[in-house]
Design a binder for this molecule. Structure first.
Ligand code: ASP
Ligand code: MG
Length: 410
């Protein structure tokens, strides 16, 4: 280790859920300072605080004002920074806490899902120079108009990566698991911890449902080439390094399998086969910030009613957003005279990810075969260069993960 190296340490909500845990985190931070590092600590709100605040808002208003919602949510992290700083002072460690506003983490004005525009390093550098540990509230910033904003759920990861990027510092993301695994250990007990993985693989895994990191944070890490480690707060074991693909010694064809149960399928039938209709449907959804994941359009056939060509379009949304999507589509259906909108809730998406897929053939066939052998029907398929996802019946999720993990020796 270089003496006096700046290091960004991020601790998630579960790591600071109660006073004992906050004190434990303070000890870990202190141990980094004692080793000669200059820690910048980014923290989340304690435990389920953010969810609780959202519920509290729902108890007041059915449709909370967006500005006031961010005003509310930002308080969770503000609580943690103060408590952690107090714990560090008690250990004799000089420390100063900062809100996003105080640090000038400038964002756009998009409440609840703001993008970071810039982070000023001046105050951090000054504090570190004087021997202080800096404790920073994750997940929040300030817009150019001076409004408090938040960075999307899980946004403390984004804060940590952004700060590591401007300070050109090493970054460790501490959480309640020991790193990134080849499969969800709760589903597949023999899953192994991955030592090193590329940004792209991690990004695909995050979007495929591996809940360890915010996908936007991984994206930023990739764009700024900030390699980082995901490790467990409560153990001293090495975690998983996430870095550029050029640093990987071997590119595995299949690195991991992930499952995502927060999925629902919508099938729109009788969609007139002419330019602009798909755009209208998906614009209506995106206008209301509903993310659509997989999309499949069948080839046109003629409508039994009118004889004109029509399509079926199926796509998936988050189950938690299904009701909103349904309402929006109901309105679209009337306007565009679509035949039917069918919904299936009990689905799940299983995905395999691996950067070696780019140069290997036959991976998809092997995946489909192992599912077939186990009588698991595939309802939808989508692929990227390094990922294959299948939508299946939710009740088969655990079985699918297990047989896939075995097939690809994960
Ligand atoms: N507290 C925020 C959330 O729960 C941000 C974070 O935890 O990273 O989404
Ligand atoms: Mg959280």
């Amino acid at each position: 280790m270089k003496k006096k190296e700046v290091i960004v340490l991020k601790f998630g909500g579960s790591s600071v859920a109660n006073p004992e845990k906050i004190k434990y985190v303070a000890e870990r931070v202190k141990s980094f300072a004692d080793m000669g590092y200059k820690p910048v600590v980014v923290v989340s709100a304690p435990g389920d605080t953010t969810d609780d605040l959202i519920k509290e808002a729902a108890g007041i208003s059915a449709n909370p004002h967006v500005r006031e919602m961010d005003m509310l949510l930002a308080t969770g992290e503000q609580k943690t920074i103060a408590l952690l700083a107090m714990a560090l002072w008690d250990m004799g460690q000089k420390v100063v806490s900062f809100t996003g506003h105080q640090l000038e983490i400038i964002t756009d004005g998009n409440f609840s899902n703001a993008r970071i525009k810039s982070v000023s390093s001046a105050k951090l550098v000054e504090a570190l120079k004087k021997g202080f540990v800096a404790v920073v509230a994750g997940f929040q910033g300030i817009s150019l108009k001076g409004e408090i904003t938040t960075l999307g759920r899980g946004g403390s990861d984004l804060t940590a990566i952004a700060i590591a990027s401007v300070l050109n510092a090493r970054c460790k993301i501490f959480t309640d698991v020991e790193g990134i695994f080849t499969a969800n250990p709760k589903v597949y007990a023999r899953a192994k911890k991955i030592d090193i993985i590329s940004y792209d693989e991690m990004l695909e895994m995050a979007s495929a449902g591996a809940g360890v990191m915010q996908a936007r944070a991984v994206e930023l890490a990739k764009n700024r080439n900030v390699s980082f480690e995901v490790a467990c707060t409560f153990s001293r074991k090495k975690g998983t390094i996430i870095c550029g693909e050029d640093k990987l010694l071997e590119k595995l064809v299949v690195r991991s399998v992930t499952e995502d149960r927060d999925q629902a399928k919508i099938n729109v039938s009788g969609v007139p086969d002419r330019p602009g209709i798909a755009a209208d449907i998906f614009e209506a959804l995106s206008d209301k910030n509903i993310c659509v994941d997989m999309i499949i359009q069948s080839s046109a056939k003629s409508s039994p009613e009118s004889g004109t060509p029509v399509n079926d379009i199926s796509f998936t949304v988050k189950r938690s957003e299904l009701n909103r999507a349904r309402k929006i589509l109901g309105a679209v259906r009337k306007k565009m005279r679509l035949r039917d909108i069918l919904v299936k809730e009990n689905i799940a998406k299983v995905s395999i990810v691996g950067s070696g897929m780019k140069t290997h053939s036959g991976v998809a066939a092997r995946l489909f075969r192992v599912l077939a052998k186990n009588k698991i029907n595939i309802e939808m398929i989508s692929t990227s260069e390094i990922k294959i996802s299948c939508v299946i019946d939710e009740k088969n999720t655990a079985k699918a993960v297990k047989v896939i993990a075995k097939e690809f020796k994960l």
